[in-house]
Design a binder for this molecule. Structure first.
Ligand code: ITT
Length: 200
């Protein structure tokens, strides 16, 4: 059985591959290189569904998509769904991270709290269109560091201090450590039973 992962982010492909293999080693996760839909939803769930529906329609296979971001409490939940493009229209992880640090330069602890959020959509095509759609969410609470640290992960990982990681940033963690604890891992806990119901 094949399942398509609707993302152009190679880091997500890696994290998904590792996590899906634990639940359904029989599923082959394939990448998606079809047309990219416009992600104009205002929630993570809406955008995850937009991406998964496009991939399911294009391939006829069950499709997974993740929409994720960092939500900073003192910024009212921003960057949120705008995380990938926070510093402009080019996806530039370094510029995004520096802008966010700048915006928080006057904010001291304990007011630097934030969450990583991952919403995963599963869309299963049927004989007459879509047979099933589900979304699940995972949240990883933490705070923002005042300077980047670590070489792992991607995106905002070098400035995110998860509450459960002893003062290390998400980029200080090994891939295994991040995959065991992250917002994406937490969303997977809710996704696992849904994957189990997919035909073998
Ligand atoms: P696809 O839409 O192709 O899946 P994307 O990277 O554009 O890839 P999003 O639109 O969901 O995905 O943007 C998510 C952004 O949120 C991502 O670019 C990072 O800046 C940030 N982000 C999400 N998960 C993260 C993680 O685990 N670690 C660090 N930053 C993360």
């Amino acid at each position: 059985r094949r399942i398509v992962l609707a993302t152009h982010n190679p880091h997500k492909v890696e994290e998904f591959g590792a996590i899906v293999a634990r639940v359904r080693p029989d599923l082959e996760v394939i990448g998606y290189d079809g047309p990219e839909p416009v992600e104009d939803g205002v929630t993570f769930a809406a955008n995850a569904l937009i991406k998964a529906r496009a991939a399911a329609a294009h391939t006829g296979l069950p499709a997974l998509a993740d929409d994720s971001g960092v939500c900073v409490d003192v910024l009212g939940g921003a960057p949120g769904v705008f995380s990938a493009y926070w510093a402009g229209h080019r996806k530039d992880a370094r510029a995004n991270l520096e802008l966010l640090l700048d915006q928080l330069s006057d904010i001291a602890d304990p007011h630097r709290t934030a969450q990583f959020v991952s919403t995963i959509a599963l869309v299963v095509p049927g004989p007459d269109g879509v047979a099933r759609e589900d979304t699940v969410e995972g949240v990883w609470p933490g705070r923002l560091a005042t300077a980047p640290s670590g070489r792992g992960g991607f995106g905002y990982d070098p400035i995110f201090l998860p509450d459960d990681q002893d003062g290390r940033t998400a980029a200080d963690l090994s891939a295994e450590e991040k995959n065991a604890a992250s917002h994406r891992a937490r969303a997977f806990v809710a996704l696992a039973p849904l994957l189990s119901t997919l035909e073998r």
